[in-house]
Design a protein around this ligand. Structure first.
Ligand SMILES: [Zn+2]
Ligand SMILES: [Zn+2]
Length: 379
């Protein structure tokens, strides 16, 4: 039997040192004066950590710049392990050391690595394992903005045939594509379902929309505040678009109501995904929640929104949260990507890792960039 595995080099080159762009210190703000102290990312060379039993050494092909990384660096969100540490949890690469069975394989490293032995892990909720490790926060001082990283082989996703998609581009599967997949499972998304994605034009939204369609949604309505991105969503999974710019949640709800009337769609059972992680987005999603509906909260922010929760009782509706994605789901998600059901290429921009300082600054300033930047090691 032949498997279309990628080439396996005879003797992988295992370096003695690792190059990394390390967060020496995050931005801080003095509570009294409000004065900000600039954070610092520095290029460092460190000894390669010794792989333990079951570990592999991955030569990084690419690591995505996620909103979470920006939160760690700019917004005072604490990493589990204190700086200095390398950030980055959305990565792909080639195995060059450790467990012999994996040598030469191309892999995606999940953003969330469950402990595999706690109650949550044993009952199918390992994506929210409390002892989970995330590269670039809780997996030692290692993150994906590095030349190499040592990770447990147990949960990495092999990439048997990437169908010509650059390995670096597939790094986004590790977070931006798998998170909406898990969200779809949380919503029990089934063929024929009607779906709204609030924040459909954003970094996670572009995949939420495509995944909903790929899993058989009959209708996917994209909601966003950016017309250009809505047009893009219409080319990638969305059947209809609502431009929410300048509109109140109530106005969006009315527009949605008119849309479903016009199309002869039911006014119950809609599955809503809030991926914008913005207060107006959350308010809009809550306004859209109706009879026997499901709202899945995928995006994150610290704002508080007001809602009459008795409506859930009257609607027989539910609101649920979702976190990360179980590593065992990764191969199915990768399959959606390599089969072309979920496009990643139009939403990814590859840049050299040496541009990390400018890229972080740009991404922080731009809010939600048009394309996810994946940094490729050049150092
Ligand atoms: Zn992330
Ligand atoms: Zn666990």
């Amino acid at each position: 039997m032949t498997t279309p595995m990628t080439k396996r080099p005879e003797t992988p080159t295992l370096p003695k040192t690792v190059h990394a762009w390390r967060m020496e210190s995050p931005w801080t703000k003095d509570k009294e004066t409000g004065r900000a102290t600039e954070g610092r990312l520095a290029r460092v060379e460190l000894p390669l950590p010794e792989p333990g039993p079951g570990d592999i050494v991955v030569e990084v092909a690419g690591c995505g710049v996620c909103h979470t990384d920006l939160g760690f660096f700019y917004d005072g969100v604490p990493t589990v392990n204190k700086p200095p540490l390398a950030l980055g949890h959305e990565l792909s690469g080639t195995v060059v050391g450790g467990e012999p069975a994996w040598l030469g394989r191309e892999v995606i490293v999940p953003a969330v690595l469950p402990c595999r032995s706690c109650w949550l892990c044993k009952t199918g909720r390992g994506n929210r394992c409390l002892a989970q490790k995330m590269p670039g926060s809780s997996l030692g001082a290692q993150g994906g903005f590095s030349s190499h990283i040592v990770v447990p082989a147990l949960d990495v996703c092999p990439v048997p045939d990437r169908k010509g998609i650059p390995l670096a581009t597939l790094a986004v599967v590790a977070d931006a594509v798998t998170t909406p997949y898990q969200a779809a499972l949380r919503a029990d998304l089934r063929p024929g379902d009607h779906v709204v994605v609030v924040g459909a034009g954003g970094g996670v939204g572009v995949y939420m929309t495509q995944i909903a369609k790929a899993l058989g949604a009959a209708t996917v309505v994209a909601v966003d505040v950016d017309r250009e991105r809505l047009d893009r969503a219409l080319q990638h999974g969305a059947d209809a678009a609502i431009d929410a710019k300048g509109k109140t949640p109530e106005e969006v709800r009315k527009e949605h109501g008119a849309l479903l009337k016009g199309r002869g769609l039911p006014n119950y059972g809609w599955k809503l995904f809030e991926v914008s992680g913005s207060k107006p987005g959350q308010e809009t999603a809550l306004a859209l929640l109706s009879f026997t509906g499901t709202l899945v909260v995928v995006g994150f922010n610290l704002a508080k929104v007001e809602y009459s929760i008795s409506r859930l009782m009257a609607f027989d509706a539910q609101i649920i949260g979702t976190w990360g994605c179980l590593p065992e789901r990764y191969p199915a998600v990768l399959g959606l990507v390599t089969s072309g059901h979920v496009q990643v290429d139009p939403f990814v921009e590859l840049r050299p890792m040496s541009s990390i300082v400018e890229t972080f600054a740009e991404a922080h300033k731009a809010g939600s960039p048009k394309r996810r930047v994946v940094l490729t090691p050049d150092f």
